[in-house]
Design a binder for this molecule. Structure first.
Ligand SMILES: [Zn+2]
Length: 258
């Protein structure tokens, strides 16, 4: 019999398993993403593990990856009431959870993903709802960077010139996860997939956000972005995330956009 594992968890999703049981889909700090059956814990503590976002201390009896893990203890650490009380925060947080489900492989330990998601949720809980759009950009770039999935904004995909020197405007190429400078875009043949022109300043913001690293245990802060910077960056990230995970995130359309 395997010995129990104690770790921290965040609740990403819940679903019905039978008429009488629900399963919590969790991102854990030590054991990655997993499905957990919570029949073994007290009824009074059971509710919290099924609340989306819930941060808790979890003990479970490990079973092979892909099977239901059996929870024996759960204590809620944080339930993020401010996120639940504000639509911009709530929609941002739901997007964080869906991104985690799509990006973090099941059953593979990924403490950095756990820490970044927790930092992002803590940031949303603490910041004003008006800061949610900037915090979303910061979170997704930091989160995607962990797996090497952030857009490459430092240089032109084709000529390799630094964005500080290459001629603007740039064009985003979603399938390639990066940008072409004005000259390389003009030199390309068919270009239906490439969207609107992007200014150098926008790429510099993307690059600086990709380099942010919130330390484990700290809360993420919303970056101060220039007026008008968020809507075009939001559109870029929508296209990039769609191309990266090869589908639309259901929660993306509800994101606060300005
Ligand atoms: Zn170029």
């Amino acid at each position: 019999v395997a010995s129990p594992v104690t770790t921290e968890s965040l609740t990403l999703r819940r679903f019905d398993f039978s008429d009488t049981s629900q399963v919590a889909h969790l991102l854990t700090r030590s054991s990655g993403r997993l499905n957990a059956l919570a029949k073994g814990i007290k009824r009074s503590k059971r509710a919290a593990i099924f609340d989306l976002f819930s941060h808790g201390r979890l003990t479970f009896l490990p079973r092979p990856s892909g099977q239901l893990q059996l929870v024996t203890e759960y204590d809620a650490i944080a339930t993020f009431p401010a996120i639940r009380a504000s639509l911009p925060r709530l929609h941002a947080a739901l997007y964080f959870l869906e991104l985690a489900i799509e990006i973090v492989p099941e059953g593979e330990p990924n403490a950095a993903a756990f820490d970044t998601l927790l930092s992002g949720l803590r940031g949303l809980e603490a910041e004003a709802p008006a800061s949610a759009p900037a915090l979303v950009l910061s979170f997704e770039l930091e989160f995607l960077s962990l797996g090497g999935f952030a857009p490459r904004a430092g240089s032109c995909l084709s000529c390799g010139k630094d964005v500080g020197r290459a001629p603007e405007p740039f064009r985003f190429s979603p399938g390639e996860g990066g940008f072409l400078c004005r000259d390389c875009f003009a030199a390309r043949g068919p270009k239906p997939a490439l969207a609107a022109p992007v200014a150098r300043a926008a790429l510099k913001i993307l690059e600086s956000l990709s380099r942010r690293e919130t330390r484990a245990g700290e809360r993420m802060t919303a970056p101060k972005l220039p007026d008008g910077a968020i809507p075009p960056l939001r559109s870029l990230m929508d296209a990039h995330v769609r191309a990266t995970i090869e589908k639309d995130l259901k929660t993306a359309r509800f994101l606060p956009r300005r």
